[in-house]
Write a new protein. Structure first.
Length: 283
């Protein structure tokens, strides 16, 4: 008698070979300029929402994106092919002051450096739901303590802040340390690197939604990875950031700039890029 286990392995191999053959055939057809065959089914159950069947042959394929590359301490990585590069190591053309004037931060050795007293800067472009990648390095040797040590901030829409701070052996209040949703949630863990080393924030931001009467329909959400470590997992913001207080949501535009804070410390930034996040089945 043939055991069930002895059948599973050959079947799995056959399925893998078939899938590979389909992929190769599809690539071959595309290379020759032929119309692509729609693989899938129309006799399967409908998915919730009533738009698509399971494995629907008419469902649009995702567009292709060339992934970026990882940074090292010596060299910034490359952004994904569909990203908006906010700083390429050369100039501040995509940034301005909060009054709309040219940004007055410095550009040194491929990094933009917060200039104490020059004020915050913001992107000229506005974004909605998005993926944000930012690399920063706090001054070395460190100076000051508590909040007066490598302080800056990534303020999405100019309202929702992910704190930038030297939190390597520098103690402050929990919801004000590096990677905190400032004044609301501390990070799940402290993943900070020593001052002077490049660190990364990868932020998935969902903008709040408002009803026609201006009341809140759904809050802003942030998922944040600090140096590759999850520190916020689809966390809802209570409302806009405010120092030593809380304020409720107030209706605003569905898109807004990304602000980098001047807090009197020459924090360095490099390899800043943004990808807009669209819904499923959108081009």
């Amino acid at each position: 008698m043939i055991s069930r286990r002895s059948l599973v392995f050959p079947i799995a191999i056959a399925a893998t070979v078939a899938a590979s053959a389909i992929g190769l055939g599809q690539d071959h057809d595309q290379a020759k300029g032929k119309a692509r065959h729609r693989y899938g089914y129309k006799d399967t159950p409908m998915l919730p929402g009533g738009r698509w069947h399971v494995h629907d042959s008419d469902r649009p394929l995702p567009r292709a994106v060339t992934p970026g590359t990882c940074s090292t301490q010596d060299q910034p990585g490359q952004a994904p092919s569909d990203a908006v590069v906010l700083f390429d190591g050369k100039d501040l053309s995509r940034w301005e002051t909060e009054r709309g004037q040219p940004a007055r931060w410095a550009v040194q050795d491929g990094a933009m450096v917060a200039k104490p007293g020059a004020g915050a800067i913001r992107t000229r472009d506005k974004f909605g739901d998005c993926q944000i990648h930012i690399e920063f390095a706090s001054p070395n040797p460190p100076r000051g303590r508590d909040q007066d040590c490598g302080n800056s901030g990534v303020i999405i829409f100019g309202r929702y802040e992910i704190q930038v701070l030297d939190s390597f052996k520098n103690v402050t209040y929990a919801d004000g340390q590096a990677a905190a949703i400032y004044g609301q949630y501390p990070p799940l863990v402290n993943a900070s690197r020593p001052p002077g080393q490049w660190q990364t924030y990868d932020i998935l931001f969902t903008a709040p939604r408002f009803k026609p009467d201006g009341s809140l329909e759904s809050p802003a959400y942030s998922t944040v990875l600090h140096n590759g470590v999850v520190v916020h997992n689809h966390t809802a913001h209570f409302g806009p950031m405010v120092y030593r207080n809380t304020v409720p949501y107030k209706a605003h535009d569905p898109r807004g700039p990304i602000v980098l804070q001047d807090h009197g410390h020459p924090v360095r930034f490099r390899n800043l890029w943004v990808r807009e996040i669209k819904g499923y089945d959108q081009p």
